[in-house]
Design a protein around this ligand. Structure first.
Ligand SMILES: *Cc1c(COP(=O)(O)O)cnc(C)c1O
Length: 437
C-alpha cells in the first residue's frame, strides 16, 4: 500500500470537483500563454469552427505554461491561430472583432466546417447498419467482430483534443451527431449478429458518464454469451484520472468493471495517451492500479501528431512507461483525413520512421503496439516499411482490419511517395488496382 500513501498528496490536490473551461474562457487563457491581441483573436476565430473544452486538471497539472504556446499539452487542447486556412481565420476574426450577429458568425463557421471532411471514412453512409425499421442511431458496424456504440450521454469529453477526428460531433452540427440510447435495440442487433464478439463504447468519451448511466448500457449486455469483451474508448486517464480515484462514483464504476469480469467477459479499457507527460501525475498511477485491480486490461493508443508527439523519443518513453505501469501498447494511428489534418499530418514515410525508431529500442513486451495505422474507408492499413523492389521504391502495407476480412494480414504495395499522408494519396505498385478495388 506504499503506493497509495505516496500518491495521497497528489490525489488530494487533484481531488477537487471537475470544472470545465470553454470558448468563453479563451481570451483569458491565451493571455496566460503570452499571446498578443491578434493571436488571441485568431485563436477565438478558430474556436468558432472547431470545438474547445478543457478542465482545471489539464490546465494546472499537465500544461507547462512557461513553454506555451509551444508546449505539447497546450497544443493538445488549445486551438492554434494557424490551424485553419489563413483566409478563413481572417474572415472569422473580422466577424468577431466587429461583433457580428451570432447567426452570421455561425453561418461562416459552418461553411468552413463543411470543407473539413467532417465525417471521414464513410462513417455516415457505409458503417451505420440497417436493422428492423431502419438505421440504429449511435451504432456503427464496420468489421465483423466489433460493433461501435455511441451512447447519447457519452458524447462529450473531459477535454477536447485539437486533432480529434470526431470533432464534428462536438460543434453543434445536429445532422452530424451520432448517438443512441436504446439499449434494447442494441441488444437485439447483437443477438441478430452472432459474428459480433466485442462491443466498443465510444464517443466522445464513455467515461464522461456517471456509473448509473453506464451501468444501464452495460448490464443488459452481460448476459449475452456471444460477447467476449466490452471495450471502453476513453481519454479519462489522461484528462481526468480522478474519475477512478476521488470522484463520487469512482468505487461504483470500478465495481461495474469487476462485474464485467465476473460475467466471463474482458473489460478492455482503451486508454488514449498522446504524450508521456500525461502519465506523470501520481494520480494516474493510482487510477491505473485501481482499474487493473478490477481485472480490466488497459490498452493504449493515440495518433501521431505533428508538433505534439512527432518524435520517436516521445513514443519510446510512452510505451515503456505504459508497460511498466501494466498497460498494453496497442495502436499508433495516423492522423485522419478530417478537420485540421493539413496542420497536424505527418507524412506516412516519416510516420513509419518515427514508429520504427521508437519500436526498435523497447523490450518485446511493449512490441504489442501496431502502426502506423490508418483507419481508412476499406479498413485499418498498417505501413510496414519502405523497400526497393525490382528497381522501384515502394511502401509495404497490410490490413490490420478490413471490411473484407479475407484481405487481413496480406501484404500489398504502393508507390513510394514522401509526401503522401493518407491512403487516398497512394498509387498501387506492380498492379493497376489495390486489392480492395
Ligand atoms: C478500429 C476500429 C475497430 C476495432 O478494431 P480492433 O483492431 O479490433 O481494435 C472497430 N470498428 C471500427 C470502425 C474501427 O475503426
Amino acid at each position: 500500500m506504499t503506493l497509495v500513501n505516496d500518491a495521497a498528496p497528489a490525489v488530494r490536490s487533484a481531488g477537487r470537483k471537475f470544472r470545465a473551461f470553454t470558448a468563453k474562457h479563451l481570451d483569458e487563457l491565451t493571455r496566460r500563454a503570452g499571446l498578443g491581441p491578434a493571436e488571441r483573436l485568431a485563436t477565438r476565430a478558430v474556436a468558432t469552427v472547431l470545438p474547445f473544452r478543457t478542465n482545471s486538471y489539464v490546465l494546472e497539472e499537465l500544461i507547462d505554461w512557461s513553454a506555451a504556446p509551444d508546449d505539447p499539452i497546450y497544443r493538445l487542447v488549445f486551438p492554434l491561430p494557424d490551424m485553419l486556412p489563413a483566409d478563413d481565420v481572417a474572415r472569422l476574426s473580422d466577424l468577431l472583432s466587429r461583433q457580428a450577429p451570432k447567426a452570421e458568425i455561425e453561418a461562416a463557421a459552418h461553411a468552413v466546417r463543411m470543407r473539413l471532411n467532417p465525417h471521414p471514412a464513410g462513417q455516415m453512409e457505409l458503417n451505420i447498419p440497417s436493422f428492423g425499421d431502419g438505421k440504429i442511431p449511435g451504432l456503427q458496424h464496420k468489421y465483423d467482430e466489433t460493433v461501435l456504440y455511441f451512447p447519447k450521454q457519452g458524447q462529450t469529453c473531459h477535454a477536447y483534443c485539437t486533432y480529434c477526428f470526431r470533432w464534428a460531433q462536438f460543434v453543434g452540427e445536429p445532422d452530424l451527431k451520432m448517438a443512441g440510447d436504446d439499449t434494447a435495440q442494441l441488444r437485439d442487433y447483437i443477438l441478430a449478429h452472432p459474428e459480433v464478439t466485442s462491443i466498443l463504447f465510444t464517443g466522445g468519451d464513455a467515461m464522461i458518464m456517471g456509473e448509473p448511466v453506464l451501468r444501464r448500457y452495460i448490464e443488459p449486455l452481460l448476459e449475452l454469451e456471444q460477447l467476449e469483451s466490452i471495450r471502453i474508448g476513453t481519454k479519462s486517464l489522461a484528462y481526468w484520472p480522478q474519475k477512478f480515484v476521488t470522484d463520487p462514483d469512482a468505487e461504483a464504476m470500478l465495481r461495474l468493471f469487476e462485474q464485467v469480469g465476473e460475467a466471463g467477459k474482458n473489460l478492455a479499457f482503451m486508454a488514449h495517451f498522446t504524450h508521456p507527460r500525461e502519465l506523470e501525475p501520481l494520480v494516474v498511477t493510482e487510477a491505473v492500479r485501481r482499474i487493473r485491480d478490477t481485472g480490466a486490461i488497459i490498452r493504449t493508443q493515440a495518433p501521431l501528431i505533428r508538433t505534439i508527439n512527432d518524435d520517436p523519443a516521445v513514443w519510446n518513453s510512452m510505451w515503456r512507461t505504459q508497460t511498466r505501469l501494466g498497460m498494453v501498447p496497442y495502436y499508433m494511428f495516423v492522423e485522419r483525413d478530417t478537420g485540421p489534418q493539413d496542420y497536424f499530418a505527418v507524412p506516412l514515410a516519416q510516420a513509419y520512421e518515427v514508429f520504427r525508431t521508437a519500436y526498435k529500442d523497447v523490450a518485446g513486451l511493449s512490441r504489442t503496439v501496431r502502426g502506423p495505422s490508418m483507419s481508412a474507408t476499406p479498413g485499418k492499413v498498417c505501413v510496414d516499411g519502405v523497400l526497393e523492389l525490382h528497381g522501384q521504391k515502394v511502401f509495404v502495407l497490410h490490413f490490420i482490419q478490413c471490411r473484407d476480412s479475407d484481405l487481413v494480414g496480406k501484404p500489398f504495395f504502393a508507390k513510394y511517395d514522401p509526401e503522401a499522408v493518407w491512403l487516398d494519396d497512394l498509387k498501387p505498385a506492380f498492379t493497376d488496382t489495390f486489392p480492395w478495388q
